[in-house]
Design a binder for this molecule. Structure first.
Ligand code: ADP
Length: 395
């Protein structure tokens, strides 16, 4: 069976068509500028990337173009829609309603809609993607895979904030966590790499991309994670601040004459690596800047790594030990310097890195030294494949 994996944003739609049996990506691409003008990038396996401008007033036209590209007699990878057995949709926020993936029904859509307040930019876009696919493929089963679901196993002590309890009861203010599909995928793979049973392994997953989060996974269940009610909490990210003293918000609002939306904009879009460095949110630019002696680029890298190390330490405490630390996503997979700096704080856990392995790390590799008490690994994440697997399991 082929599974179409859809990740719908407010003005974009990423897709992959995956052969579920061989797990081979048959084609992938992205529709951008939906509702503005419209651009489709499409790449069949082993083929050239094609870019085309197409009018996409809504996500329905975008999906229509994706299907046309997939079934195109020359560059397509399937003969007809019948060869797409199921669609897996990435959903951002499932609130407390969804602790696992589900087959999409009218009830499910209603429940997702009820979580819209918790992710006002993402959930409505995800639902538009579902509706657009349903229009064009009314008989194809669809599955919702939630970013928050994997973290629903956290105990109350990890998800409750020190706020009036009625905010939790009335408004569902609590820690939810995100990147769950990635944390689940990577923690499972880490146990495999260790040769241990998943339900007997303590793993800390460092998902370090433009958005970044850490999770503590004990005996196959997430017990804590760094993102909170929203993806703003936790690590220092590309443009997000991560943890700050909440009183800074009022202080900055007064000094800069900003309202709450203005302060939130600063914390989400002008902070993090970009805010500290004044250079870029992109780690490649920061490492290049640091090499040239740019002090603020150096500071941004130091703050980033220190924050990761502090979280690792706290999660080792939360789980009373750790068997494996796994680095993943753009920075975690590609920047040996970050892994080295983070691990340099973790000697007290008996961690030693194999410098050579760390420098040339490729897919799924252990980078800790043979005598290290904790295994450290680089495990490329693959959220689309994880969504494909979840979809197949349910249909
Ligand atoms: P997201 O999915 O959250 O947008 P990614 O997982 O793609 O983020 O990670 C993006 C980050 O990873 C950027 O900071 C980028 O600079 C960094 N990155 C990606 N590839 C490399 C690489 N080869 N070398 C250094 N940094 C990289």
């Amino acid at each position: 069976m082929n599974v179409l994996v859809i990740n719908c944003g407010s003005s974009s739609l990423k897709f992959q068509l995956i052969n579920a049996k061989s797990e081979e990506v048959l084609a992938k691409g992205i529709c951008e500028r939906i509702g503005i003008d419209g651009r489709l990038t499409y790449q069949p396996e082993g083929g050239e990337k094609e870019k085309s401008e197409k009018a996409m007033p809504t996500h329905t036209e975008a999906i229509q173009f994706v299907i046309e590209a997939l079934t195109n007699p020359e560059t397509g990878v399937v003969n007809s829609l019948d060869e797409i057995g199921a669609v897996g949709h990435r959903m951002v926020h499932g609130g407390e309603k969804f602790a696992s993936s589900v087959v999409i029904t009218d009830e499910v859509k209603k429940a997702v809609e009820e979580c819209n307040d918790l992710a006002p930019l993402h959930n409505p876009a995800n639902l538009i993607g579902v509706a657009a696919c349903e229009n064009l493929m009314p008989n194809t089963p669809m599955v919702a895979v939630f970013d928050t679901a994997f973290h629903q196993t956290m105990p109350p002590k990890a998800y409750m904030y020190g706020l009036p309890y009625e905010y939790y009861e009335k408004y569902k203010v609590r820690r939810y966590g995100f990147h769950g599909t990635s944390h689940s995928f990577v923690s499972k793979r880490a146990a495999e790499l260790l040769g241990k049973a998943y339900d007997e392994t303590k793993t800390i997953v460092c998902h370090l991309g433009n958005g970044a989060s850490i999770s503590a996974v004990k005996d196959g269940k997430c017990v804590d994670t760094s993102m909170g009610l929203t993806p703003l909490e936790g690590l220092v990210m590309g443009t997000r601040s991560g943890d700050i003293d909440p009183a800074i918000m009022e202080y900055i609002a007064k000094k800069e004459d900003l309202d709450i939306a203005g302060v939130m904009n600063v914390l989400n879009k002008k902070s993090g690596l970009e805010g500290i460095s004044g250079l870029s949110s992109d780690f490649r630019d920061l490492t290049a800047g640091a090499k040239e002696g740019n002090k603020r680029a150096i500071a941004a890298i130091e703050v980033f790594c220190y924050r990761v190390a502090k979280y690792v330490g706290s999660y080792a405490a939360a789980m009373n030990g750790v068997d494996a630390i796994a680095f993943t996503a753009g920075i975690g997979e590609n920047v040996g310097l970050v892994r080295e700096k983070v691990c340099s704080y973790l000697g007290y856990l008996g961690i030693t890195l194999d410098a050579e392995a760390n420098a040339k790390s490729g897919d799924d590799c252990v980078i800790s030294a043979a005598d290290s008490k904790v295994k450290v690994a680089v495990i490329p994440t693959n959220e689309e494949l994880a969504i494909c697997r979840e979809t197949v399991a349910l249909v």
